[in-house]
Design a protein around this ligand. Structure first.
Ligand code: PMP
Ligand code: GLU
Length: 404
């Protein structure tokens, strides 16, 4: 309690406690250094370097000409929600109705909606770790308690069903994971998800956010969805979006599929915070889905080639230990070999220190693993040309060779 107005801080405790998104912070730093004239290579941002496919851009131009300039229904145009229902059937063999679908201003908002609608203060949220930076902060905003459960490098950073079982308590409300995973590229297969679903079956108070935004960027086999197991489907919130598969980061369209009561709650949350997302972007997103996934699969072939290139170049760098990512566009090596080494008067004590060193010495922007719950690692985004990747890895190797 404050006795006088003077003693009150301007900003709320909520925002003061919130960490800045490290992916966005590092990308900002790289842009600033580029503006100052440095020859930067930015491997920090998780953003496709491809243009949005032309047929999607054409649909957006048509939407403007056709007069789609008004407020949209909060959970999305009926046509887009239907296209999403059709997509779930076509790609995932999942049966939903439009009432189960809420379209948002990006998958980030879908995740925030779901967390805000499910988590009460003090509820525990199990976050499969390493995890995407925003999960933990969104949980804290909802006054939930993040409980990271660490996947090991030996198990390609995937947690096991036993680990999940051991982490669940009577306070657990939610589990969150991405597959393919940002930052590790790990992909849960059907068998692994079934084992997880069987654990969840025993705990009917636990819900799951399954973040499938990298679904199309999968190099091995078929994408598996947790919601495909009927016995827990009503407790799974499947999140997806257009940013990655269709290279539509700036358009800001994401969506979730959930039990109709949870979907209605997310609709209500969104009605007070942002309303329906952009009319033109929704028309573009509808065209994207109706056009199938061919363009997405073409981009995925390029990512696969780049993954192989990065792994081959990384194998020449002493001390980097990495899993082979099966999806997304990240490699997440353990770099702890370099902790304790020095250059001039600088000592590298952490992944934060190493990523700052590489930013200033090699002019390559990467994101430290700290914010992903993995302080031994650094994230490389390889959504960039082969030439830039080769140059970046070459520079990193030279900079690391100077450390003693
Ligand atoms: N989930 C994961 C795992 C991500 O990497 C991202 C990054 N874009 C998002 C969700 C959010 O995507 P968007 O808001 O652009 O749809
Ligand atoms: N998801 C991307 C990343 O991890 C984009 C930045 C963000 O939204 O955090 O880099």
């Amino acid at each position: 309690m404050y006795e006088t107005n003077e003693k009150r801080p301007v900003l709320s405790d909520r925002i003061t406690a919130l960490a800045e998104s490290q992916t966005i912070a590092m990308a900002k730093k790289a842009r600033e250094l580029t503006a100052q004239g440095y020859d930067m290579i930015n491997l920090s941002f998780g953003e496709p370097d491809f243009q949005t496919p032309q047929y999607i851009k054409d649909a957006a131009k048509k939407a403007i000409d056709d007069g789609f300039t008004f407020y949209t229904p909060v959970p999305g145009y009926p046509e887009l929600r239907q296209a999403i229902v059709d997509k779930f059937k076509r790609d995932n063999n999942l049966d939903y109705k439009p009432e189960n679908i809420v379209v948002s201003t990006g998958a980030k908002q879908s995740i925030a909606n779901a967390v805000m609608c499910l988590v009460n203060p003090g509820d525990e949220v199990i976050i499969v770790s390493p995890y995407w930076v925003s999960y933990e902060e969104i949980v804290k905003l909802a006054e939930g308690v993040p409980v990271p459960v660490q996947g090991s490098l030996e198990n390609d950073y995937k947690i096991t069903a036993d680990q999940l079982e051991n982490a669940i308590t009577s306070n657990t409300k939610l589990v969150m994971y991405s597959s393919p995973c940002n930052p590790t590229g790990a992909v849960f297969n059907e068998e692994e998800l079934l084992a997880i679903a069987r654990v969840l079956q025993k705990h009917p108070q636990v819900y799951v956010i399954a973040d499938e935004i990298y679904e199309y960027i999968n190099f091995e086999g078929q994408h598996a969805s947790l919601a495909a197991f009927d016995f827990i489907k009503d407790r799974v919130i499947t999140v997806n979006g257009f940013s990655k598969g269709y290279a539509m980061t700036g358009w800001r369209v994401g969506y979730l599929a959930a039990h109709k009561d949870i979907a209605a709650a997310c609709d209500k949350m969104q009605s007070q915070i942002t309303s329906g997302t952009c009319s033109i972007a929704q028309k573009a997103a509808t065209a994207a889905l109706q056009g199938g996934k061919e363009s997405a699969l073409e981009m995925t072939e390029a990512y696969r080639r780049r993954r192989d290139l990065v792994l081959a170049l990384m194998a020449e760098i002493p001390g980097f230990k990495t899993s082979v990512p099966d999806g997304a566009f990240y490699v997440f090596p353990d770099v702890s070999y370099y902790f304790g080494k020095r250059y001039d008067d600088k000592v590298i004590n952490s992944a934060d220190d190493l990523s700052m060193y590489l930013l200033t010495d090699a002019h390559v922007a990467l994101v430290s693993g700290e914010a992903f719950g993995a302080p031994q690692s650094i994230r490389f985004s390889y959504a960039i040309t082969d030439e830039k990747l080769e140059e970046a890895l070459h520079r990193i190797k030279s900079s690391l060779a100077k450390l003693q």
